[in-house]
Write a protein that binds this ligand. Structure first.
Ligand code: ADP
Length: 601
């Protein structure tokens, strides 16, 4: 497909493709696509580094092995990754590489992609990988953009794209408020399935953009914005294919004939689910998820705060309200620069300098918007019938207004396309697409996140904000911070947006991040999640007691995956055959993604 054909082709619908858009968002998706392709100057990549073969395997043996797998799965379900890399965009994302590559496009690429249709076929793939000692890398949807997308950490691994053929909502229980899903079910799809059944009493919690899979997001410990925002905490029961091919069901799923797999997550004995999130210990083929009861009413609210320095006082006010559940959802405190960018307009509409956008420019632009000028905006939601909301909202109002200059925004004054309404829908469990629009801030826009966890304290918020600001200035990156406030901690999510066609900007962003991770760790803050290229560095910051936790992970890895085939290097966990061969990417390694081969079998 040519560039212009790609730009002009229509966005696939959910009814046509498991990764498609629901009908109600089609117009919005079309508009977003136009915005993306308008700012794209990146030439279509030709392939310079072919063929891609997994480390430690002969090319002919690999070809024959793929042929053998094709006979088992059907030839159409085994593909070589040898065509030009097509970036697409969020709704038409590639499974051949990281669409938002922060290193060269051809670095983190799989050699082939396979599409299992059942748990049994996943087992066959795993047994095949062990037979030939070929690394495999599971994805559910591959839309983990900003964290590596569909890319494997090890170049040449075979990508197991579970979502294409395993995408059924297996069960929705309207009595228990639970569901059981396959890997290819997106938040869009789950929402639509519930609506289709007419279960108005069930809500889904959704992340900022609803195109990711529920399983992929949950195992990577992503968050959403209703009271059920901690997805990992809300899951119940896994089916997992282990790296040696056995299938297990966790929790009550281990009891034959049980009827509580999705209602009691623990079962009996050690709670093993944890080792299957942010790890490389298995492939999740089914997952149970709890659903929120419709609270019988809801009301979004937004307050703005004028000064950067208000952050300290505001976070101190938020903490007891959040822990006391007066602030009920994973709300966001966003900086005005990102709110301007979320309009989807490129930065050059506002500022042409190559330094960071000056604060006066940002405030002058903000002043012309429907919310007026401000520095911080708090987007929250109150749930329940009117009299219950009234009680909570009056407390919030009195507390927030203690900050001089705080303003409550009257939603009725905001136009329908204002970002507030996208936050309103997300906090009401309605999947959205708006959030990704700030990526257009730069041509060929891509993003990668700095996401440290801290207590909900003014001093921590200020320290992290100051640190991020200093490094962003140093590397010439505009600062897009948002605090996502959980029950007893908050994630600061700073999205670094860059032109991915510009190697210098890619490097600047990555250098900036490497400093940020170390700076934060030196102050006692760790990342909650990270991009593939930062996983070694981040894992290295969790090094209490001479790296005792990583030693434990390595012990588990060696026991569960003796051939080291499952997603080597994911989350910094390297199997024995890769260890001490320079695979780790750190500040000192010079962004070398590949080590010195693997130990002979
Ligand atoms: P999304 O569904 O949000 O697009 P991905 O499918 O890209 O997310 O998943 C994010 C990451 O989580 C993957 O790179 C992979 O490491 C891990 N992952 C996703 N799905 C599974 C799964 N079914 N089993 C094991 N790990 C998975």
């Amino acid at each position: 497909m040519s560039f212009s054909e790609e730009a002009q082709s229509d966005v696939p619908l959910l009814s046509e493709k498991h990764s498609g858009i629901p009908g109600y968002l089609l117009e919005k998706a079309r508009k977003a696509k136009v915005g993306v392709f308008e700012t794209r100057t990146k030439p279509k990549a030709s392939r310079n580094r072919l063929p891609v073969i997994p480390h430690g395997i002969d090319e002919q043996v690999f070809s024959d092995a793929l042929g053998e797998l094709g006979k088992q799965l059907g030839e159409e379900n085994v593909e070589r990754n040898d065509k030009p890399l097509r970036d697409g965009w969020y709704m038409e994302h590639p499974n051949t590489h990281d669409l938002m590559a922060v290193v060269d496009d051809e670095e983190l690429v799989p050699s082939a992609i396979v599409y299992p249709g059942s748990t049994e076929e996943v087992q066959q793939i795993v047994l095949w990988a062990n037979k030939y000692k070929i690394p495999i890398n599971p994805i559910s949807m591959g839309r983990n953009l900003g964290y590596g997308g569909a890319a494997p950490r090890v170049r040449g691994a075979v990508l197991v794209d579970l979502g294409r053929r395993m995408n059924k909502v297996l069960e929705i229980s309207p009595e228990d408020y639970t569901c059981l899903l396959e890997p290819g079910v997106s938040f869009f799809a789950l929402y639509e399935a519930i609506k289709e059944k007419g279960y108005d009493h069930l809500w889904v919690d959704v992340p900022d953009v609803g195109g990711g899979s529920v399983i992929g997001n949950t195992v990577d410990r992503g968050v959403g914005y209703t009271p059920y925002g901690d997805h990992w905490a809300c899951h119940a029961g896994l089916e997992v294919v282990l790296p040696t091919g056995e299938v297990i069901r966790t929790g009550m799923g281990a009891l034959p004939g049980n009827n509580t797999w999705q209602t009691f997550p623990y079962g009996f004995g050690p709670y093993s689910d944890g080792i299957f999130s942010q790890s490389n210990f298995g492939i999740v083929t089914k997952m149970g998820m709890t659903l929120m009861p419709n609270p019988g009413g809801y009301e979004s609210f937004c307050y703005t705060f004028q000064k950067e320095e208000d952050l300290h006082q505001l976070i101190e006010i938020i903490r007891p309200l959040r822990i006391g559940n007066i602030l009920e959802n994973v709300a966001q405190l966003r900086h005005v620069t990102q709110s301007i960018a979320v309009s989807g307009r490129p930065r050059t509409d506002f500022y042409k300098g190559s330094d960071t956008i000056p604060s006066e420019v940002v405030h002058a632009v903000a002043a012309t918007g429907p919310m007026g000028d401000y520095t911080w905006a708090y987007y929250g939601m109150s749930y329940g019938p009117p009299h219950i909301r009234q009680y909570k909202l009056s407390i919030v109002d009195a507390e927030f207004k203690k900050v001089a200059g705080a303003r409550r925004i009257d939603p009725s004054t905001l136009p329908a396309d204002e970002y507030f309404w996208a936050r309103d829908r997300v906090a009401a469990g309605v999947p959205e697409l708006q959030e990704l629009r700030w990526v257009n801030w730069m041509p060929n826009g891509a993003h990668i996140a700095f996401s440290p966890v801290s207590p909900i304290r003014g001093s921590d918020a200020t320290r992290l904000y100051d640190l991020a600001k200093k490094r962003h200035e140093e590397f010439g990156v505009d600062l897009f911070p948002a605090f996502c406030v959980g029950l007893r901690e908050m994630h600061l999510i700073v999205e670094l947006v860059y032109d991915r066609a510009d190697p210098e900007r890619r490097k600047a962003v990555l250098d900036c991040l490497r400093h940020l991770v170390d700076d934060a760790a030196a102050l006692g803050y760790g990342e909650y999640r990270t991009h593939l290229v930062l996983m070694d560095q981040v894992a290295g910051t969790y090094n209490w007691n001479d790296g005792a936790l990583m030693k434990f992970h390595e012990k588990l890895k060696d026991a569960l995956d003796p051939n080291g085939i499952m997603a080597p290097g994911r989350c910094g966990i390297w199997p024995k055959k890769y260890r001490n061969r320079g695979w780790e990417m750190t500040k000192d390694s010079g962004e070398n993604t590949q080590g010195d081969g693997v130990a002979p079998s």
